[in-house]
Design a binder for this molecule. Structure first.
Ligand code: PMP
Length: 435
């Protein structure tokens, strides 16, 4: 196998130069800048089903899927029609609409992990609000998060593990006050002892422990069931809430997300991405008792001009109505499993040092032989291999997220032909990385 020549990025490069005059780093969200992969970022012109076209006319089979929301692919006809219908009636009212009721009803009848919900406009907002709710309810300030989990960019959560054995967090962004970081304790995933210790060290001070349903922002770090149940028990025993951040896993692993997979009842759940069918939506939900703390019923303030935006609600209703059809998730998981199995067989046959982690329709390539369940098990040097693979994939028409720490997604719009072609391309790319 040999490298093919690089695709043209002429238009994208020109657009990027211009974008750099307007935006920091030329982008409106950092990972889009292609800092950890080869070449200039691709400027996307359009998407249809599982396919993307960039400004140079290159076509790709898309496994990034807008970082997860597009479980039905691009330009889904039912979502498009629902959005188009709403467009003629108005874009935003800042007043209640029936659409909000309809989306809530659709969610709450299929998701018994929450009794009430509040719509917001992003995952960041959903988690930020969930943290405030936990603090307001418990009247405690400290929160515990895990190294390797991402929960959006609110101050309390832009905190990384301190050095050595110190459990206090350090800010992971300039501009986050140290006093905020002091309220966030960061510990390693899949480590029961660390959890026990934190509840000894900060007895009666911890409002909540937050974890991603399945950590999927720093590799795919699938936690043991036993550990998640331990986390549930220890939070309950200490009067702390358990927040399950299902921004990626919610409506991806099923309507009840990772909470169902682990057979667990968290106290607060956060959602985003898929819930808006590609429009900006997030949500958080909990029991009626907890949600009664939210304004205007209760004293925890949280609001939003564009919350429950009618166009976004229309997209969400159309998307979730499709996902609610019998067999949807089973089929998608079967497709994903067959895809991953074939790649694993190729990797095993060739003896490559790659491991594919997968759950539901999410997958992640680790250039390692280890069973990775914690952030510190990922070797940063292995990202060079991802960078190489990414270049070969793009040159052959397969689009993965521009970072080796990011997971890939399969959508219901990926056809058998798309997947067959992608399998051949990924195998070739791996052959080149390891030749
Ligand atoms: N929580 C998790 C688990 C996420 O994956 C993300 C985004 N990838 C967020 C929160 C933040 O969501 P958003 O980017 O919509 O603000």
């Amino acid at each position: 196998t040999t490298s093919v020549s690089d695709i043209s990025r002429k238009q994208s490069a020109e657009l990027f130069e211009k974008a750099k005059q307007y935006f920091p780093g030329g982008v409106n969200s950092p990972v889009r800048a292609f800092k950890s992969v080869y070449g200039t970022p691709l400027f996307i012109e359009r998407g249809d089903q599982a396919h993307l076209w960039d400004a140079d006319g290159n076509e790709f089979i898309d496994f990034c899927c807008s970082w997860g929301p597009l479980i039905l692919g691009h330009n889904n006809a039912e979502i498009r029609e629902a959005v188009q219908e709403q467009l003629g009636k108005g874009l935003s009212f800042g007043a209640p609409t029936k659409l909000e009721n309809d989306l809530a009803e659709l969610i709450l009848t299929h998701n018994k992990k929450i009794e009430k919900i509040r719509f917001v406009s992003s995952g960041t907002e959903a988690v930020m609000s969930a943290i405030r709710l936990a603090r307001g309810y418990t009247k405690r300030d400290k929160i515990v998060k895990f190294e390797g989990c991402y929960h959006g960019h609110s101050d309390s959560l832009l905190v990384k593990a301190g050095s050595g054995l110190v459990t206090f967090g350090e800010t992971s962004s300039a501009g986050v006050p140290k006093a905020f970081a002091d309220e966030t304790i960061v510990i390693a995933l899949n480590d029961k002892q660390a959890l026990e210790q934190v509840f000894v060290d900060f007895k009666d001070q911890i409002a909540a422990v937050i974890i991603e349903g399945v950590p999927a922002n720093n590799g795919l770090l699938i936690q043991d069931k036993d550990y998640i149940h331990f986390l549930r028990d220890i939070t309950k025993a200490n009067g702390a809430l358990m927040i399950f951040d299902e921004v990626i896993t919610g409506f991806r692993l099923g309507f009840e997300g990772a909470a169902k997979y682990y057979d667990i009842q968290p106290d607060i759940l956060t959602y985003g991405k898929i819930i808006g069918g590609g429009m900006p939506v997030g949500a958080y939900g909990a029991s009626k008792e907890l949600m009664a703390c939210i304004s205007p019923d209760g004293s925890v303030y949280q609001a939003g001009t564009l919350s429950g935006n009618p166009v976004a609600m229309a997209a969400g209703i159309a998307a979730l109505s499709i996902l609610a059809r019998p067999g949807f998730y089973e089929q998608l998981e079967k497709t994903t499993q067959a895809f991953v199995d074939e790649l694993r067989a190729h990797i095993a046959e060739k003896g490559y040092g790659v491991r594919i982690f997968t759950i539901g329709s999410i997958f992640w390539f680790a250039f390692s032989n280890e069973n990775i369940q914690r952030a510190d098990q990922i070797d940063p040097a292995s990202m060079e291999n991802y960078k190489k693979m990414h270049r070969e994939l793009l040159n052959r028409g397969v689009y993965f997220g521009p970072s080796g720490y990011e997971v890939g997604f399969i959508s219901a719009a990926h056809t058998e032909a798309d997947l067959t072609k992608s399998l051949a391309v990924i195998k070739e790319a791996l052959d080149i990385v390891f030749q």
